[in-house]
Design a protein around this ligand. Structure first.
Ligand SMILES: [Zn+2]
Length: 267
């Protein structure tokens, strides 16, 4: 009996959702996806060309309930950051057991992270690199590193894809024009890995310990970036003590102590 909260039903997000919902433990899904299915989506997506013009959220619900008639699917066909829907989104996040982020833009990922930390929910994130040369899967636990900790760590230490991390899915979406679309094969590989890690985290939400917080799988040899195809890189990314996003707010007692220390130095 588990309730998933997912953002994004692009080609990668839909694959994650499809795989994860085959698991009978999942009984309830809340899906946020505002987009309409467009002609350029067809080449990378499960849905047929006859579905163009319909909302991806509705298509996802039909897809899932055709395979799992017992599954409850709640749709929020809105933008994750839309303040008009913030109260409904909060209620869904509070009620969920686990979050899946398949958003295609950085503001949505940071906002998803904020929601999950506010309600202390574990969650996972998949990212396919530009051109489909590889991808990341990250998992997050309450009290662990936030998405900001992870993104800044990887920016400092990994030489991959200096452009904006693309999306699972959205050529023509908010990703820059220069981003090379990933192939369906690359998207599926990383999405399946994302689904696998999500199901493992669901099994052990309190003590999941796969030996990494972020997993990078290379899919191609790219001179200057990846020496080999099909190599995994495991990152154990700690919480950054100076992270402006997730460091603890100071309690009044801490503030008093900090003030005392500051005054003592002035004496
Ligand atoms: Zn942080």
């Amino acid at each position: 009996m588990a309730h998933l909260f997912q953002v994004g039903a692009g080609s990668g997000g839909m694959t994650v959702l499809d795989i994860v919902c085959r698991d009978s433990r999942i009984t309830h899904v809340t899906l946020i996806e505002p987009d309409i299915y467009k002609p350029h989506n067809v080449i990378r997506h499960q849905f047929p060309s006859s579905a163009v013009g319909q909302r991806k959220a509705d298509l996802a619900a039909v897809w899932l309930t055709e395979r799992r008639p017992d599954l409850r699917v709640d749709l929020l066909p809105c933008d994750l950051l839309d303040p008009i829907h913030a109260a409904a989104i909060d209620i869904a996040v509070q009620a969920c057991d686990l979050g899946i982020c398949a958003a295609d833009n950085e503001p949505a990922k940071f906002h998803f992270d904020t929601l999950m930390r506010r309600f202390k929910k574990p969650w996972t994130l998949g990212e396919v690199l530009s051109g489909g040369i590889g991808g990341f899967v990250h998992w997050f636990a309450a009290g662990g590193p936030c998405y900001g900790c992870v993104a800044s760590f990887l920016r400092r230490s990994v030489n991959v894809d200096q452009s904006k991390p693309p999306d699972y899915s959205a050529p023509g979406g908010p990703a820059p024009e220069t981003t090379i679309p990933a192939s369906r094969a690359s998207i599926e590989v990383i999405a399946a890995l994302h689904a696998q890690i999500t199901l493992q985290l669901l099994t052990q939400p309190a003590d999941y310990a796969p030996g990494f917080t972020s997993l990078l799988l290379t899919l191609e040899k790219v001179p200057g970036i990846f020496d080999e195809a099909f190599r995994t890189h495991r990152f154990r990314i700690p919480r950054a003590l100076d992270c402006l996003i997730c460091r603890e707010a100071m309690s009044p007692a801490d503030l008093d102590r900090a003030l005392d220390d500051a005054l003592a130095r002035l004496r």
